[in-house]
Design a protein around this ligand. Structure first.
Ligand SMILES: [Zn+2]
Length: 77
């Protein structure tokens, strides 16, 4: 998957992904937290959603948090 494909997914399918994970309403309502900094995550600052331990976790768009997520997920390896 190249970067343009990733961007397309983020732009076009991200809301669908949130729907699929049944968390769209919670994100829009701002009732979820970043898994790393525990700030409120909403539709304007969410950068990623990821399953872990059978739960859906969220990552905000701060670089310090996305860096942690990428390292944790092994995407940078
Ligand atoms: Zn964060």
């Amino acid at each position: 998957m190249d970067t343009s494909e990733i961007k397309a997914i983020l732009d076009q399918d991200f809301e669908n992904l949130l729907y699929k994970l049944n968390v769209y309403d919670a994100v829009v309502a701002g009732t979820v937290q970043c898994a790393f900094c525990h700030d409120t995550v909403n539709i304007s600052n969410i950068s990623m959603v990821f399953p872990q331990n059978g739960e859906v976790h969220f990552c905000c768009d701060k670089k310090s948090c996305t860096d942690k997520l990428l390292k944790q997920r092994g995407i940078c390896e």
